[in-house]
Design a protein around this ligand. Structure first.
Ligand SMILES: [Zn+2]
Length: 472
């Protein structure tokens, strides 16, 4: 009898370990980590967009979380994206090495045997990060499969989304789905979800067109508003609720929801609460900002040449033109280093930002490598000519953290590089490599207009976050 009880206790212990410790991410920049599950409890810290969180406890409205640097606290669940819990599986007949860092030259710490699985945490630099022997280690993504721990759903974000026979834009369309439709997801591959259809068959959908959680914040629901009066922030949507703090007249806040004349808002310092929206006036978040966009390469310089033979210079220009429109709508004055297929030196591009008196310079590129297995999105800054190393970094980081929040876009890092276009300017400058043209899957994604539209919205969101956090 005692043995049975001990066994039950051990099983319960494992169930607990299994249930807690899922990985989530913040879905808005600068969000409060609260002392208690209560808007009035005060915040310990404000977390950046796409901050990784270990979920320690999940309630209806709040999660208790731990950050990678060990801080614990509570976050309103609305501001957390909770991807499904996943395994990395070895489905090939050989052992796969588990390594200390994401390179084939790094130390081997163990192996994943054929048929074995390990807990998946994230993907970085084309390697999966897994839990192994009490730590976090790396395993090659191109040798392994991602599998789901249990039945999970994804939701379609738009109408007329194609469901395909393979995880690729050139495969056959077998069905379509509309906004709000949900499907069971059973696996994922380089930006695509494998889903189970109603007739029991399987299909693939582009991850960037889907969401894990229909109830959490969607970035296109954020509007920026300015207070027209000193204004109380309260713990709920009426004057009956406690006052948290008083916003000053002229402060800009993010509105994320509303009911009965009250807006749910996030302040610049990360406090969440409710305000009477009579005193909140919508504002363009980039009004008065001057932005120089730089579509990389051009003319006799094609840039990278893709897996299927397409030139990077055309792709950079089309993304920049699309981004310009989004930034214009947000109130910015936007200039371009080139609007056609012309060649300009990188030095001239950098200097133009200073000449224009631009607030920022963003250079747009797509990556390429000899090894077609590599994928992911990276941003760059340069510290050579800057007084403060944070100058270009803040922009590179804000753009990166927004862009990698897209489902199916993977992290490749924020890196300090001595790129001429970044070096030859005194304007805060960053460069983005949106994806690898040398990777057959990513190449198709980055040439796809629906992917580009989602991407430019996120890049614009990063630019707004940059100005909101650093220059108001
Ligand atoms: Zn390039």
């Amino acid at each position: 009898m005692k043995k049975t009880l001990a066994l039950i206790l051990i099983i319960m212990l494992f169930i607990n370990i299994y249930a807690y410790g899922a990985t989530g991410y913040t879905n808005i920049s600068n969000i409060g980590l609260y002392n208690n599950p209560d808007y009035g409890s005060g915040i310990k810290d404000a977390l950046k967009m796409s901050s990784r969180l270990e979920i320690l406890e999940e309630g209806d409205k709040w999660c208790r979380v731990q950050t990678p640097d060990g801080k614990t606290g509570w976050i309103d669940k609305f501001f957390i994206t909770l991807p499904s819990e996943r395994y990395v599986a070895n489905n090939i007949p050989y052992n796969i090495n588990i390594r200390e860092s994401p390179t084939t030259g790094s130390k081997i710490v163990g192996t994943l045997k054929p048929g074995d699985r390990a807990e998946y945490i994230d993907t970085y630099h084309s390697w999966h990060i897994i839990k192994y022997a009490g730590g976090e280690y790396y395993i090659a993504s191109w040798l392994t499969d991602i599998e789901y721990k249990k039945s999970e759903k994804i939701y379609f974000l738009h109408d007329s989304i194609n469901i395909r026979s393979k995880p690729s834009l050139d495969s056959k369309v077998t069905a379509q789905g509309n906004s709000g439709d949900s499907f069971e997801v059973v696996g994922e591959e380089k930006g695509w979800y494998k889903i189970k259809l109603n007739d029991g068959s399987f299909g693939y959908v582009a991850a960037w067109l889907t969401s894990h959680d229909i109830n959490s914040l969607k970035s296109d629901h954020i509007t920026y508003k300015k207070t027209s009066h000193d204004l109380n922030l309260r713990t709920g949507p009426s004057v009956e609720y406690d006052r948290i703090l008083t916003l000053k007249k002229g402060e800009t806040v993010k509105t994320v929801a509303g009911e009965n004349g009250w807006d749910k808002i996030v302040t610049q310092n990360g406090y969440v609460g409710w305000c009477n929206n009579y005193y909140l006036k919508e504002t363009l978040p980039l009004a008065g900002k001057v932005i120089l966009l730089d579509p990389g390469h051009g003319g006799h310089d094609p840039g990278a040449i893709s897996y299927s033979g397409k030139f990077e210079k055309y792709l950079n220009l089309s993304v920049a033109q699309n981004l310009k429109e989004v930034l214009n709508r947000a109130g910015a004055a936007v200039y371009m280093t080139r609007t056609g297929d012309t060649y300009i030196t990188n030095k001239e591009r950098g200097r133009l930002a200073d000449k224009l008196g631009a607030d920022i310079l963003l250079s747009i590129h797509h990556n390429s490598l000899g090894n077609s297995d590599y994928f992911g999105l990276s941003t760059y800054y340069n510290t050579i000519n800057y007084k403060s190393p944070a100058y270009g970094y803040n922009l590179a980081e804000a753009v990166y953290l927004n862009a990698i929040s897209i489902n199916g876009v993977y992290r490749d890092g924020i890196l300090d590089r001595n790129f001429e276009v970044l070096r030859e300017t005194n304007t805060p400058a960053a460069l983005i490599e949106i994806g690898f043209m040398s990777n057959p899957t990513e190449e198709m994604n980055i040439h796809n207009l629906s992917f580009q539209n989602v991407m430019v919205e996120k890049i614009a969101g990063g630019i707004v976050d940059y100005f909101y956090a650093y220059s108001n």
